[in-house]
Design a protein around this ligand. Structure first.
Ligand code: FPP
Length: 258
């Protein structure tokens, strides 16, 4: 398919502007994948983890600098208790089973989202994953866990307001740059491309601030079926987009962070 040409381009020149520096994925459709096969939802999530593994390998191969995955949203707590427990268990397994391979592949793990409210063993694992990979220099895998965009924005506003109240910051110093610096993603460039699987076309409280100028690609494939070719097809579609950031000239990416 057409993607193979892009793949070659990405492998040779990952910084040529036609390739996204940061890809963010809303991994949707695990439940429907399971339901279509008469399987429990947990099986869909298990296969979702396999698909995540595949996506990380593809991102490494295609030399993508940042990959953010929406693993558990602030709203996912409203799911049945057993499903929440299963998702926590899968995160546990993912970190336990995959951390050494990720480390060996020079992947740096970053976790964004609220830590309070999470079980302490999960917080410990997330911190361990960040700690043991912090000196890696390859793909940055950003795991959005217990993450909500509105909650993140509210927390940033609160932190800035507290600084103003303490006299450390003047209210008129709060601009888009200062605000961005108060988010979880202060040292992560904005996503260039957001992919959502499963055919749904919404943002679902994901990277609301950061995705201001992202390109969106919606795929009809359910997350457990998301393949390397699907990933490449999304990158191919991105490469054909005309990014103007509100101006008239095409620019391929705004370099926002190092
Ligand atoms: C959406 O599918 C997916 C999620 C709520 C979680 C994504 C989780 C994984 C890919 C596996 C877990 C990975 C880690 C690292 C925890 P859905 O259940 O909303 O699907 P549906 O819309 O078809 O019901």
């Amino acid at each position: 398919m057409a993607g193979s040409v892009l793949q070659e381009k990405v492998a040779i020149a990952p910084d040529d502007g036609a390739s996204p520096r940061h890809v963010a994925i809303i991994m949707d459709g695990n439940g429907r994948w399971a339901k279509a096969r008469g399987l429990p939802r947990l099986e869909g999530h298990r296969r979702g983890v396999e698909s995540l593994r595949r996506a990380v390998r593809t991102a490494i191969e295609l030399k993508i600098a940042y990959l953010t995955v929406y693993s558990f949203s602030a709203e996912n707590w409203t799911r049945p208790f057993e499903e929440v427990q299963s998702l926590m268990g899968l995160l546990h397994l993912f970190i336990r089973n995959d951390l050494s391979e990720l480390k060996a592949n020079n992947v740096r793990i970053r976790v964004i989202g609220a830590r309070d409210g999470l079980p302490s063993d999960i917080v410990g694992l997330l911190e361990e994953a960040e700690r043991v990979t912090k000196n890696n220099t390859g793909l940055v895998l950003v795991v959005a866990f217990n993450y909500g965009g509105r909650q993140e924005i509210a927390a940033a506003a609160r932190a800035l307001a507290e600084k103003v109240a303490r006299g450390e910051l003047a209210a008129n110093q709060i601009d888009a740059e200062a605000f961005g610096a108060a988010l979880y993603t202060s040292d992560i460039p904005d996503p260039d491309l957001v992919i959502r699987t499963s055919g749904e076309k919404r943002i679902s409280n994901f990277l609301l601030w950061q995705a201001a100028y992202a390109e969106f690609v919606f795929l009809d494939v359910l997350w457990p079926d998301f393949s390397k070719l699907d990933f490449i097809a999304a990158l191919d579609e991105y490469a054909q987009r005309d990014r103007r950031y509100g101006g008239v000239e095409t620019q391929h990416a705004i370099k926002t962070a190092s």
